[in-house]
Design a protein around this ligand. Structure first.
Ligand SMILES: [Zn+2]
Length: 237
């Protein structure tokens, strides 16, 4: 872990967290509903550009500082671990996107296509750039296969147990599989497994605390992303 790059990652994360606040607010709506374009408190229209709070009543768009601090933490870890490697830009992009997706999934239990599907061309382009810079085309091929494999596994799981995993989870699994596959097949397997372990541990804790019942559905996106992050940080590449 490089401490200087970790601090740089934290600072960049604070800014990136503020930058995604408006997008997370707009997309935090139930499936099929239109984007949120008005302040929930005073109904004033929210700027489509960078927006942290309502221009009229000044109320914060979402919990204050939650996105900024989460993104700062994630980018501090990723830059501290991967700075100096050609894949750091791709991973930083995935880190910021992951925080936005996790926040929306926790709020409204969905992973919008606008973010998951847009992530594919961007992440593949960034990994292709890293492959050219590092002369490592085997890693790029493995990333593409890893994305296909993880999306395929999630598709099968969703078909076996309908209602547990949604289409958004399958698309996000493909995105996570790209990054995990880039780092190696063992990283992909560990990352995917960690997502299920984290989900199970938190579900049992929430059941014990009577915060959920056996019939509740818990968003899987944050656990998939959390497991992938832990496996990436622990990888040896
Ligand atoms: Zn307002």
């Amino acid at each position: 872990m490089n401490p200087i790059w970790a601090v740089a990652g934290a600072v960049a994360g604070l800014l990136a967290g503020a930058a995604i606040r408006g997008t997370v607010f707009r997309l935090s709506v139930a499936s099929g509903d239109p984007e949120r374009i008005a302040c929930p408190r005073c109904s004033a229209p929210i700027s489509r550009r960078l927006a942290l709070r309502c221009g009229r009543c000044r109320s914060s768009l979402g919990p204050p500082l939650a996105l900024e601090l989460s993104t700062a933490g994630v980018l501090a870890l990723l830059l501290g671990r991967f700075a100096g490697q050609p894949d750091v830009v791709a991973f930083a992009f995935l880190g910021v996107l992951g925080v936005a997706l996790a926040a929306i999934d926790i709020a409204v239990q969905r992973l919008p296509d606008l973010l998951t599907l847009t992530a594919y061309p961007i992440l593949i382009a960034l990994l292709a750039g890293a492959a050219i810079a590092g002369h490592d085309f085997a890693a790029l091929l493995r990333a593409l296969l890893g994305g296909l494999a993880l999306a395929g596994v999630f598709l099968v799981l969703a078909l076996i147990r309908p209602g547990q995993l949604g289409g958004g989870d399958i698309k996000l699994a493909g995105v996570a599989g790209l990054a995990l596959g880039w780092l190696g097949w063992p990283v992909l397997i560990v990352g995917a497994a960690l997502g299920f372990v984290l989900s199970a541990v938190v579900s049992v804790a929430l059941l014990a605390a009577r915060r959920v019942t056996l019939h509740s559905t818990i968003s899987f996106g944050p656990f998939l992303l959390g497991g992938a992050l832990l496996a990436m940080l622990a990888s040896r590449r």
